[in-house]
Design a protein around this ligand. Structure first.
Ligand code: IPM
Ligand code: MG
Length: 374
């Protein structure tokens, strides 16, 4: 029996966003037959594209499209033509507002070094080989959203103010997610803070220790953010799950992405109690937009995370990820990845990943004993 369609909101956004989202959609659609399920897509405006058409970075219609979907797939937001705008009407605001509106308090950013691409890393192959970590970034609190904030005049001088605030429940809920995730991996959480200087970090550390009591099988250690930044370069394979605050996670996840040498490959998931948003880590790359050069793999890998976390289709997610690894191993490359004389187009890479995923899933289904009885 066919199951009800999976309802997905598509927010292609700016720059290369629309091109890479199309490839992720292509892969999902290619799976419909072997999955015995269909996808229903609804497209909304966000970022600069939304500003141009509605003067808002996140129009109300987009919020309602996202609210009625089970999961959101986003491309990228931003571009130089919107850079001079006032901060409240910059494309990035669309993303920050959407995180808030959907209650997306945890952001998962995996960074895995693939053996076939180990030479692309900014570091020596021997140092990064085998790196497989996930940054679990708190996404709705900390200095991004704390009050007071603003630029104020005092004694004839302006003063810029932002405030790092963490409430216990905000730390608790994200910490639980990190420990649960660690149990599906190598059972290790490194919590990153600045508890030697910041009160918000002292509370962070205390609450994380308390949450850890419910997960005695998971090893927990704590690290100051500066030490962690260093350790990520020195010994990246020592990390499994890295749990941290909004700002520290923003910074460390870009650093971790560079270990893999290829920001065009990395996906992310932002999860809340009831909603989820998936997006590539890379930006809108305006200089290559519309030129068939964008790497669609991060967007396809984000769709794989969607299959895992929103639709509980672990086998499909695994197949999509294995397909990506196989295709890369065969030497398939977009121009961002050196190593091939004639790089392939965005859409060709999408075709190859779609075909490989279908092959893997067909093979898996044909091996399963049939449950149908005459
Ligand atoms: C990210 C980005 C965003 C952030 C920007 C675009 C608001 O850098 O997702 O890491 O700072 O969270
Ligand atoms: Mg960032």
């Amino acid at each position: 029996m066919m199951q009800a369609p999976f309802r997905i909101a598509l927010l292609p956004g700016d720059g290369i966003g629309p091109e890479v989202v199309s490839e992720a959609v292509k892969v999902l659609q290619a799976l419909e037959e072997v999955l015995g399920a269909t996808f229903r897509f609804q497209t909304g405006l966000i970022g600069g594209a939304a500003l141009d058409q509605t003067a808002l970075p996140l129009p109300p219609e987009t919020i309602s499209i996202c609210n009625s979907a089970q999961a959101v797939l986003l491309g990228a937001v931003g571009g130089p033509q919107w850079d001079s705008k006032r901060p409240e009407v910059r494309p990035e605001q669309g993303l920050l507002q959407l995180r808030q509106r959907l209650g997306l308090f945890v952001n998962l950013r995996p960074a895995k070094v693939l053996e076939s691409l180990v030479n692309l890393s900014a570091l020596k192959p021997d140092r990064v080989r085998g790196t497989d970590l996930v940054i679990v970034r708190e996404l709705l609190g900390g200095i991004y959203f704390g009050n007071p904030r603003g630029i104020f005049a005092r004694n004839g001088e302006r003063m810029g103010v932002n405030t790092e605030v963490y409430r216990e429940h905000e730390i608790e809920r994200v910490a639980h997610r990190a420990f649960v995730l660690a149990r599906t991996r190598r059972n290790k959480v490194t919590s990153v803070d600045k508890a030697n200087v910041l009160e918000s970090s002292r509370l962070w550390r205390e609450v994380v220790k308390r949450v850890a009591l419910s997960y005695p099988d998971v090893e927990l250690d704590h690290m100051y953010v500066d030490a962690c930044a260093m350790r990520l370069i020195e010994n990246p394979t020592s990390f499994d799950v890295v749990l941290t605050t909004n700002l520290f996670g923003d910074i460390l996840s870009d650093e971790a992405a560079m270990l893999t040498g290829s920001i065009g490959l990395l996906p992310s998931a932002s999860l809340g109690e009831h909603s989820a948003l998936y997006e590539p880590i890379h930006g809108s790359a305006p200089s290559i937009a519309g030129r068939k050069r964008a790497n669609p793999i991060a967007a396809i890998a984000s769709a794989a995370m969607m299959m895992r976390y929103s639709f509980r289709k672990e086998d499909v997610a695994d197949a999509m990820e294995t397909a990506i690894e196989r295709v890369l191993k065969r030497g398939v490359r977009t121009p961002d990845l050196p190593g091939r004389k004639r790089p392939l187009t965005t859409s060709r890479v999408g075709d190859l990943v779609a075909a490989e995923t279908c092959k893997l899933l067909r093979h898996a289904t044909s091996k399963k004993p049939s449950r149908r009885r005459k």
